[in-house]
Ligand binder design. Structure first.
Ligand SMILES: Nc1nc2c(ncn2[C@@H]2O[C@H](COP(=O)(O)OP(=O)(O)OP(=O)(O)O)[C@@H](O)[C@H]2O)c(=O)[nH]1
Ligand SMILES: [Mg+2]
Length: 349
C-alpha cells in the first residue's frame, strides 16, 4: 500500500482535503488540533471493479488501498526548533502539498493570498530540510575519509551531487540520478526526491489554471471547501451539486488518479465467483511481477498468465466468449502488464 503525506502552510486546507479523501468519515477533529498527525486509509474507487462485480457476482470484492497522512503544518522557517515537522511524511511514497488559492475573510492571511509565493516557500523549506540531512551525513563521511575509511566514498559522491543541486535550490526530483545513486540515497528519505502532487485549493469563483510544477510533480485544482460539503451529503445527491459547479470529477478520484499517475501505478484485476479484486503494480511490471503481487508462490511457480483486457471481457460478457473470439491470450513471464488487464496466473505447486 502506498502512502501519501499531506503538507502545506498553516490554514491552507490540509485537513479539509484529508476529510474529503476520507469521504467525510472520521472527520470531526477538534478545531486547532492541527499539530497532531492523522492517518487514514482509502479504498481506491474504480468503476471497472463495480462493473466486474456486477458481471461475476463474487462472494467478495476487494479494492486496492492508499494511505493518507494529515501532517502538521509546514511553513515559515520553523525548522530546527523542536523536532522534525516532516517526520510523519518522510516514510511516505509521495507528498501532496495543499496550497491556499482562496480568499476568505474568515481565514486570516498575514501576507495576502498568493499561491505561487506559498508554493515557492514550501519548495524552499523542503530543499533546506534535505540540505540539512545531506550536510550532516557528508560531514561524517568526510571525517571517515580523512582517517582512511573509504567505504562510503560512492555514497559521498552521490550526496555531493545532491548538495550541489540543493544549494542551487533545485529539488532532487528534478535532477538526473542513476539507479545506483538512487539506491545509495534511498535510506535518507529525501523530501524533494518524492513525487509531488500540488493541489491548489481554490474559491468557488476561481478558475485559474495552475502553473507547471516541473519534473516529478503534477498540479491540480480543487474547491476543497465546497467538495468537503458535498461529501457530507448522501452519495446519490453529490453528482448534481458538482454538476452545478461545473466540476466533472470528485475530489477523491482526482487525487487518487493523480497519485497513480505520479507514482507510475496501474491496476490489474483477478475475477471469478469467489472474488473480484483489484491489484496495484507499477507501469512496466511484467506478468511475473503481477503474480508476485498476489503471492510470492505464484511468482516462483509461474507457468503462464491468461490475460484479457477489461474492455473486451465486458464487451463479450465473459471468459467463454473471450476464449472463443481469441481475445483471451496466453502470456509468458515477461509480458508487460497493461492497466485493466484481467489476469489468471497458472503456476506450479
Ligand atoms: N473559503 C474557503 N475556506 C476554506 C477552503 N478550504 C479550507 N477553508 C477554511 O480554511 C480553514 C483552514 O482549513 P483547514 O483544512 O483546517 O486547513 P489546515 O491546513 O488543515 O490548517 P492547519 O492544520 O491549522 O494548518 C478552515 O476554516 C476551512 O474551513 C476553501 O476552499 N475556501
Ligand atoms: Mg489541519
Amino acid at each position: 500500500m502506498k502512502r501519501v503525506g499531506i503538507i502545506g502552510l498553516p490554514q491552507s486546507g490540509k485537513t479539509t482535503v484529508f476529510e474529503i479523501l476520507m469521504q467525510g468519515a472520521g472527520a470531526a477533529a477538534p478545531a486547532g488540533a492541527a499539530a497532531k498527525d492523522r492517518v487514514g486509509v482509502v479504498k481506491v474507487p474504480d468503476a471497472r471493479i463495480d462493473r466486474l462485480t456486477e458481471m461475476f457476482a463474487p462472494k467478495k470484492t476487494t479494492l486496492t488501498q492508499i494511505q493518507f497522512v494529515d501532517s502538521g503544518a509546514a511553513g515559515h522557517g520553523k525548522h530546527g526548533k523542536g523536532g522534525d515537522l516532516f517526520s510523519a511524511v518522510r516514510q511516505c511514497d509521495a507528498l501532496l502539498v495543499v496550497v491556499r488559492d482562496f480568499e476568505s475573510a474568515l481565514v486570516p492571511s498575514e501576507k495576502g493570498v498568493n499561491a505561487a509565493r506559498d508554493l515557492r516557500d514550501i519548495d524552499a523549506e523542503l530543499v533546506l530540510e534535505d540540505l540539512a540531512v545531506v550536510e550532516t551525513r557528508l560531514e561524517r563521511i568526510e571525517k571517515e575519509m580523512r582517517i582512511g575509511k573509504k567505504e562510503a566514498a560512492a555514497e559521498g559522491e552521490a550526496l555531493q551531487k545532491c548538495r550541489t543541486a540543493l544549494d542551487a535550490e533545485k529539488p532532487l526530483r528534478t535532477i538526473e540520478l542513476s539507479a545506483e545513486e538512487l539506491r545509495l540515497l534511498r535510506g535518507f528519505q529525501f523530501l524533494t526526491l518524492k513525487p509531488l502532487l500540488v493541489l491548489f485549493n481554490q474559491d468557488e469563483s476561481s478558475n485559474r489554471v495552475p502553473p507547471d510544477p516541473g519534473p516529478g510533480a503534477l498540479a491540480v485544482t480543487l474547491r476543497a471547501s465546497a467538495e468537503r460539503e458535498i461529501v457530507s451529503l448522501p452519495p446519490e445527491e453529490r453528482a448534481a451539486f458538482r454538476e452545478e459547479m461545473g466540476v466533472t470529477e470528485d475530489g477523491l478520484s482526482l487525487v487518487i488518479r493523480s497519485c497513480y499517475q505520479l507514482l507510475g501505478l496501474i491496476s490489474f484485476f483477478t475475477v471469478g465467483p469467489d472474488e473480484v479484486r483489484a491489484w496495484e503494480i507499477h507501469r512496466g511490471d511484467r506478468a511475473v511481477d503481477a503474480a508476485g503481487a498476489i503471492h510470492s508462490d505464484l511468482a516462483r511457480g509461474f507457468i503462464r498468465a491468461e490475460v484479457v483486457a477489461y474492455d473486451q471481457l465486458v464487451e463479450l460478457g465473459g471468459h467463454a466468449k473471450a476464449r472463443e473470439k481469441g481475445v483471451l491470450r496466453l502470456e509468458g513471464r515477461d509480458y508487460l502488464v497493461q492497466d485493466g488487464d484481467c489476469m489468471e496466473i497458472r503456476h506450479n505447486g
